[in-house]
Design a binder for this molecule. Structure first.
Ligand code: PLP
Length: 378
């Protein structure tokens, strides 16, 4: 069989998690909590299952949930979206990202992507016959050089993919970043896909700047959110896209032949749970405590933390410990010291290796303390 993705293997997350399991190692590699979601949320799902909400929901998502997402979006970002035509429930942000790229990218189109990039974007761009034009975030603060972006834009540029707060680096975009991007795309037919799954996981009193708060960007943007990330339920795979009507119509044409519709009882449960504002408002401080705990328990180690402004990932510079390439160091760490992490070079198209690995700190305090003891002894 001729592969459509000849250069794609199993993702690094699957590889490292399998190795972690085989080595009985602490798994700080894959991005999910090792604690449970709110029992109340589980009860809501249970209630709706028992009430008989177990058949297909509408293709776009449950109307009540779409309405409440629109209300939340208006409240926290001050932006109005029509629940009937501008919001789509998706099978995790992943399916939404897939549908968005597929809707927007035609063969021969160029798509600007920032390296290190979440691993889904480029294979999907290529599946659709597009060409990823990769621009590196600047090591060590992982900022975007907008002059470089302006230079990379060509008549073939169709889409720019953003991710803030950023996986794996923990960098966040500022209001000024959005204004610079707006100036670049003004009067051009370029779409924006903004992956904002960590929108509520932002630290140190920083504010999340969604692209929808910048009108020049909002009118051309699809923004992806993830209930899995926000409510500690990554295994439920439920997210949503907000986008202007014409863009949503194209996205839904793909979605209806992909997932078609999303888990009904969970949508009912979320339509209730989303009203509890504190659950997402307090998420930043919840994970900031985890970040600070992880930094505190590794403070005496030879791992040097990089700045982390958001997400639940801490990048660590291990150059004081080893000269090994990061992929080999990550394997050694798992096999010898029983802690799994993610090497960052795999997120770069040219495999740039800055001797940095990523740890997920969405873990119970005991897990973080145990990890701290091991890492401090290396
Ligand atoms: C940047 C980014 N985008 C999208 C996703 C996928 O989100 P979901 O689990 O809702 O599909 C992840 C999950 O790790 C992520 O880190």
């Amino acid at each position: 069989m001729i592969s459509k993705l000849p250069h794609v293997g199993t993702t690094i997350f699957t590889t490292m998690s399998a190795l972690a399991q085989q080595e009985n190692a602490l798994n700080l590699s894959q991005g999910f909590p090792d604690f449970n979601c709110d029992p109340e949320l589980i009860e809501y799902v249970n209630k709706h299952m028992k009430a008989g909400h177990n058949q297909y929901a509408p293709m776009q998502g449950l109307p009540l949930l779409r309405r409440r997402i629109a209300e939340k979006t208006a409240k926290i970002y001050g932006c109005k979206y029509d629940p009937a035509t501008e919001i789509t429930l998706t099978s995790g942000a992943s399916e939404g990202l897939f549908c968005a790229i597929t809707a927007m990218v035609h063969p021969g189109d160029e798509v600007i992507v920032f390296d290190p990039a979440y691993d889904l974007y480029i294979p999907v761009i290529e599946l659709n016959g597009g060409k990823a034009v990769q621009i590196k975030l600047q090591f060590r603060d992982y900022c975007i050089d907008w002059a470089q972006v302006a230079k990379a834009v060509s008549p073939k540029t169709k889409l720019i993919v953003l991710n803030s707060p950023h996986n794996p680096t923990g960098a966040v975009l500022s209001g000024d970043d959005l204004r610079q991007l707006a100036a670049i795309v003004r009067n051009k037919e370029i779409f924006i896909l903004s992956d904002e799954v960590y929108e509520h996981i932002i630290f140190d009193d920083l504010q999340h700047h969604s692209v929808i708060t910048e009108p020049e960007l909002a009118k051309r943007a699809i923004v992806m959110s993830s209930f899995g990330k926000t409510y500690h339920a990554t295994g439920w795979k439920i997210g949503y896209a907000v986008a202007p009507r014409e863009i949503t119509a194209e996205l839904q044409k793909i979605h209806q032949f992909n997932a078609f519709t999303i888990n009904t009882p969970i949508q009912h449960a979320l339509a209730e749970y989303i009203l509890k504002e504190e659950k997402y408002r307090d998420l930043g401080s919840f994970y900031q405590q985890k970040r600070d705990k992880f930094r505190q328990v590794t403070a005496g180690s030879r791992f040097k933390p990089l700045t982390c402004k958001g997400t639940y990932f801490q990048m660590m510079d291990y150059s004081a410990i080893s000269d090994l390439p990061d992929t080999e160091f990550a394997v050694e760490l798992t096999q010898k010291f029983k802690i799994a992490a993610i090497p960052i070079s795999v997120f770069y198209h040219d495999r740039e290796d800055n001797k940095v690995i990523r740890f997920c700190f969405a873990k119970a305090d005991e897990t973080l303390e145990e990890a701290g003891k091991v890492l401090s002894a290396i």
